[in-house]
Design a protein around this ligand. Structure first.
Ligand code: SAH
Length: 261
């Protein structure tokens, strides 16, 4: 396994102490602060905060109720995680390419998974593991909802991109790891939550093993059925009595692959 130490531990000189308040941690002062200076697309009198509030209102209409999830979706600027050419689509409920054939999931799916992960917690939950860092967007959201986030990516290019994307947020509780997430990350275990952004044939046993008792795993898993419903969201709860598995709605995620590249 080629896991390295959390990358930003090496490149985080003099960051401020951990930021506990989500709003101050992330949202820049957005009132009348058009972002065309650093990213194209919000120059026409529209600031990204207003667009994000709009997105969150739609998520609430779709049935997302967890205040922490909604607040995180409001606070994290999704447009900063996609290429400049896609900035105008950043707050639509659509998945977007992030390079190397991978995609960032649509906000509706991301918020649904985070709500499932966070269910039963009123405040921040404990340590979580994310398999598939991608561009780092979901890791940033989770940093506002969890005490620690370990996030593994198997593609070096995306691991580096996520580190760049997250740098400005200075999230001291996010640890980016390069390696094969199929094996989980035993050194951070046990986890209060594990979330996968890529779908495999089954849930790797290592993930279940690394889940704390009382913890929950949320992952897309192949159903074996034919197209289009080839994957479903699976929730696994680890209790003192054993494992409880619930199969939820059909989803469509990029494949979980082994090894690194
Ligand atoms: N949560 C991400 C979504 C990324 S898409 C975001 O917010 O952008 C899913 C990611 O899972 C891809 O980057 C893919 O490379 C990664 N992936 C697939 N199999 C993996 C594995 N075994 N270990 C780690 N990452 C994996």
């Amino acid at each position: 396994m080629t896991l390295h130490k959390p990358a930003d531990a090496r490149v985080r000189p003099g960051f401020p102490a951990r930021l506990d308040l989500p709003r101050s941690a992330v949202a820049r002062p957005t009132v009348k602060a058009p972002l065309h200076a650093d990213r194209a697309g919000f120059g026409l009198g529209m600031d990204s905060s207003a667009v994000r509030h709009n997105m969150v209102a739609k998520l609430a209409q779709q049935g997302i109720t967890d205040p922490m999830v909604l607040q995180a979706m409001r606070d994290i600027e999704r447009h900063r995680f996609v290429d400049t050419a896609l900035v105008n689509q950043a707050y639509e409920d659509t998945s977007l390419p992030i390079g190397l054939g991978q995609t960032i999931s649509k906000p509706g799916v991301v918020s649904r998974m985070l709500e499932l992960l966070h269910q039963g917690h009123s405040g921040r939950m404990g340590r979580v593991l994310e398999i598939g860092t991608g561009c780092g967007y979901q890791a940033a959201l989770m940093s506002l909802m969890c005490s620690e986030v370990y996030s593994i990516e198997r593609l070096r290019g995306l691991h580096d991109k996520a580190r760049d994307n997250l740098r400005h947020l200075r999230l001291a509780n996010v640890h980016l790891l390069f390696g094969d997430g199929m094996l989980g990350y035993a050194r951070g275990a046990p986890y209060a939550g594990i979330i996968a952004a890529a779908g495999g044939e089954t849930v790797p046993q290592a993930w279940v093993d690394q889940l704390a008792v009382g913890g929950r795993l949320v992952a897309p898993v192949s159903t074996g059925a034919s197209s289009p419903a080839r994957q479903a969201l699976v929730v696994i709860d680890k209790t003192a009595q054993g494992i409880q598995k619930t199969v939820m709605e059909a989803v469509h995620f990029v494949p979980l692959k082994s090894g690194v590249a």
